[in-house]
Design a protein around this ligand. Sequence first.
Ligand code: SF4
Length: 315
Amino acid sequence: MECKKCGRPAVYVDKRSGTALCEDHFREGLEERVRKEIRSEGIGKDRRHIRIVMGISGGKDSLVMMDLLWRVEREYDVELIALTVDEGIEGGEYRGKRFDLIRRMANERGIKWELRSFKQKYGFTLDDSVVALKGREEPCSICGVLRRRALNDYAKELGADYLAIAHNLDDEAETVLMNVIRGDPQALRRSENYADELAAFYVPRIKPMRRITEREAAFYAYLMGIPAEEEECPYARLSLRDQVRSFLDSLARDHPAVLDSLVRFGDELKEKGKGFSRSRCASCGYPTSGGREYCRVCEINFAVKKALIGANQEG
Ligand code: SF4
């Protein structure tokens, strides 16, 4: 097969459009989508210096994002910082190997790497919270809530203008479907374009990979020599996301446009939620949703600390 753009031998065929591309045009296509995504956020428009803190877990997608942003940012006055939040997950070499890889990739690109942890921020690790809550909460749900806040707050501390998250198109589609399955219309409408009074709490988030599929990110990683994840998080198989991913994978084989359709559907609902205001957590003051007295971070925090104190007293 030949590249649609230059006629050289193709290395990749996009299943959705049937387009065949050579290595150079495949890479250029991905860079262009990242460029478009960050331009849509206004980055590079007024030529001012911008600091982007990237949430880097060490998983394939986050490393692909680091590489793509590093290539694209050279066109703008952008400073990149890689931020990793160690959740505190034991189990094999899961974290250690990833940290070595992040350090190496950041060094090779002259990017500063900052490492923080749940333990530092909350006083307990994810493993502690899973044991303390004894199956009452899905580990990924605790992890997602705590990591999101930790990334935001540490990015703020680092003086970020934007926080970049490595969600790809598949992740975005999964999130939309998960919110449908959970029957959570508020989450579907919650826009990241917060009302003015909420903006002070959050570093604006950008998702440079949201138009790039999992398959494209994996192929880019292969081309660029970014190692595949050898070990997966020990909690991954327990998550709703994992089941939704398997379902969407099989659905997308016969209906390749399903991911784009779900993301478009989610975007339209978010558009309607722009400027959406929320009440405040009675403990930390951060915005809450669904009329809760406390935000999810504080709810988890209280429940884990209560359980840990109870366990210490019993011991
Ligand atoms: Fe956290 Fe779940 Fe991801 Fe593991 S798989 S890092 S628990 S969100």
